[in-house]
Design a protein around this ligand. Structure first.
Ligand code: MF3
Ligand code: CO
Length: 251
């Protein structure tokens, strides 16, 4: 169901979004070689708990997601499971996806961090993935269509030779982590649902260095590129307001 949010709903979503952003700030100093992905999960869990919020991903879906956050390294696109035996190494890119529920509303965002020295072509992928979100941000406003956002992300990334993951999309968000509509990162300008004041969308480009095709690992969660080349992820929860787009997952 697509639920439009009131001004007061948006105040709560902004608070949830602030908790999500504070998790990235807390994780930043831990994004170093030798830190396990389970340690990152523990830091995130504590920040979310101290804020009086709940980790949106914990126990989500089937099999129940076992972490508070998703940690996806290199060829892992999204939904990587925190693991005490998995240590960060120089040269990796690490996507962290965080969801927090506060006072009944979710915030959802992702960032891709670089560990030590990363190959220039991989660094460029990370930069372009984030920039594709910002290219589309002005279109997350009343009157534009979902296809405008999608085409902007797709064109920006494909012009640079990257792959745009198709099987996974962004989504509406609010009292549920995943609400209607789906928000694809590929599509045609001028098509799709028209944006209205009160929509809240998690827009999340998942961009690959090689082919866009993906596979799921046998753990039931981790999504990897089929060609095992690196992928980056960037996500914010955004409100469509009469004054234009507002990023809710910010400090
Ligand atoms: N940002 C991801 C999404 O919207 C996070 C979900 S991961 C899960 O699908 F662990 F909750 F499944
Ligand atoms: Co999301």
């Amino acid at each position: 169901m697509l639920r439009l949010k009131s001004e007061s709903d948006l105040k709560y979503m902004r608070e949830a979004g602030r908790v999500v952003a504070s998790v990235f700030a807390a994780l930043e100093p831990y994004m170093e070689p030798g830190v396990s992905t389970a340690e990152l999960n523990e830091v995130a869990r504590q920040v979310i708990r101290k804020a009086g919020a709940k980790a949106s991903f914990e126990g989500y879906g089937y099999p129940p997601f076992p972490g508070a956050i998703c940690v996806s390294i290199d060829e892992e696109v999204v939904h990587g499971i925190p693991d005490e035996t998995r240590l960060l190494e120089s040269g990796q890119i690490v996507s962290i996806d965080v969801g927090a529920k506060l006072k009944g509303f979710h915030g959802d965002a992702a960032r891709t961090f670089q560990i030590g020295d990363v190959k220039p072509e991989v660094e460029a992928l990370v930069t372009a993935t984030k920039q594709s979100f910002y290219e589309a941000l002005p279109l997350m406003a009343p009157g534009y269509r979902l296809g405008d956002i999608a085409a902007t992300i797709q064109n920006y990334c494909e012009e640079r030779g990257y792959g745009v993951v198709r099987e996974l999309t962004g989504h509406g968000i609010g009292t549920d982590l995943h609400e209607d509509p789906n928000v694809p990162n590929y599509g045609t300008a001028g098509r799709g649902l028209r944006l209205q004041v009160g929509m809240t969308l998690a827009v999340e480009p998942m961009i690959t260095l090689g082919d866009y095709r993906i596979e799921q690992l046998s753990d039931g969660w981790t999504i990897v590129t089929a060609d095992r080349l690196p992928a980056a992820h960037y996500e914010n929860t955004v409100a469509v307001t009469k004054d234009g787009p507002k990023i809710l997952t910010a400090l």
